[in-house]
Design a protein around this ligand. Structure first.
Ligand SMILES: Cc1cc2nc3c(=O)[nH]c(=O)nc-3n(C[C@H](O)[C@H](O)[C@H](O)COP(=O)(O)OP(=O)(O)OC[C@H]3O[C@@H](n4cnc5c(N)ncnc54)[C@H](O)[C@@H]3O)c2cc1C
Length: 316
């Protein structure tokens, strides 16, 4: 079965839900494909979220979906599986068939790749964190470890130290720090432990087990994981990716492929709930503006601007 839409949004996280809200309010025939939980689903609370600070990520999503009810948005709890370019848009396959669509908005997020240390994954989002702005306040003045062996470990340790005095850097083997970075750490009292780690345990805190048989008791651990795209579809549609495999977009969320926008963590945008939501809004306004231009042109009206141009955000 094939259905026609103006827009298909791939992903119902903060970016996709905000875009859906804007496009629903603009009366666009929109399909929102919800492929699963948001990136922060394992966390008990999302912080720095305007008017909703401390709200559980799953509750944020429920509220976001509820906000869509007054509009004619079709929400399908199924992933986008395949996409193909058409002459005047795209075809996208989901579990219910194919959708033919004029514009595509990817908001499918990223997956964190954690180091292969037994016990780490189970504690991700609970006592193992990545961002002091998200989880620094609830860990202020706690005993904290930072896992990382080179520049990113140094950077994160310096940041985490702004929330707690008792911070150590764990490099899980030989470190790759420069003398300057070692000097920074020493200056603010961050010891560097290079012992290889065998596993992590602990219920309310984090017990780090080292290969030499020693243990370290911490209240929390921070690390900076690498990331991969949740969806391979933007790349399959030839959207340009940067050196870190993030989808390249301009200031309006347009990708390098005409008719495709991207928003949220999957782009180079700062990775926070409110930034993802803001970029979803920006992309929605931008792509809707191109649809308005296209519709006017289709009616034969004289219009000075081509729909292929990048329209300015804020068309009021
Ligand atoms: C443990 C943790 C805690 C965090 N805490 C905070 C915090 O306190 N405050 C804060 O501001 N930020 C926090 N973040 C960052 C925040 O989660 C992200 O910045 C935010 O979720 C990004 O929103 P997004 O919409 O871009 O992507 P996501 O929230 O990841 O949403 C993308 C959605 O797309 C879906 N999807 C993927 N592939 C497909 C497909 N093929 N078809 C359909 N759907 C698909 C995914 O299942 C997901 O639901 C945290 C992150 C982590 C990992």
């Amino acid at each position: 079965m094939t259905q026609d839409y103006d827009v298909v949004i791939v992903g119902a996280g903060p970016a996709g839900l905000t875009a859906a809200l804007a496009l629903g309010g603009a009366d666009r025939r929109t399909l929102l494909l919800d492929g699963g939980p948001p990136r922060n689903a394992r966390a008990t609370a999302a912080h720095n979220v305007f008017t909703r600070d401390g709200c559980a990520p799953t509750d944020l999503k429920t509220l976001g979906l509820r906000d869509l009810r007054p509009f004619g948005i079709q929400v399908m709890h199924a992933p986008a599986r395949e996409a193909r370019p058409l002459r005047d848009g795209f075809a996208i396959r989901h579990d219910g068939g194919w959708a033919r669509v004029r514009r595509l908005l990817f908001a499918s997020g990223v997956r964190d790749r954690l180091p292969h240390i037994p016990g780490l994954r189970e504690r991700w989002g609970v006592t193992v964190h990545h961002c002091p702005y998200c989880d620094g306040w609830s860990n202020r003045d706690a005993r904290l470890g930072v896992l990382g062996s080179h520049q990113e470990g140094h950077h994160l340790a310096l940041n985490v130290r702004a929330w707690a005095e008792d911070v150590c850097l764990l490099t899980d083997g030989p470190d790759e720090l420069t003398d300057e970075q070692r000097g920074d750490l020493q200056r603010i009292g961050i010891p560097v432990n290079t012992q290889p780690i065998t596993r992590i345990s602990g219920k309310d805190g984090v017990t780090v087990h080292f290969r030499n048989g020693k243990r370290l008791e911490l209240d929390g651990l921070f690390l900076n994981p690498t990331q991969v795209q949740n969806s391979g579809l933007p790349a399959a549609l030839s959207c340009e990716l940067d050196a870190r495999s993030r989808v390249t977009v301009n200031h309006n969320g347009m990708t390098s492929v005409r008719g495709i926008w991207a928003a949220g963590d999957m782009t180079g945008a700062p990775q926070y709930v409110t930034n993802a939501a803001a970029s979803g809004m920006t992309a929605a306004v931008s792509l809707n503006t191109t649809l308005i231009h296209e519709d006017v042109r289709a009616q034969g009206a004289a219009f000075h601007k081509s729909p292929d141009e990048d329209p300015a955000v804020g068309v009021t």
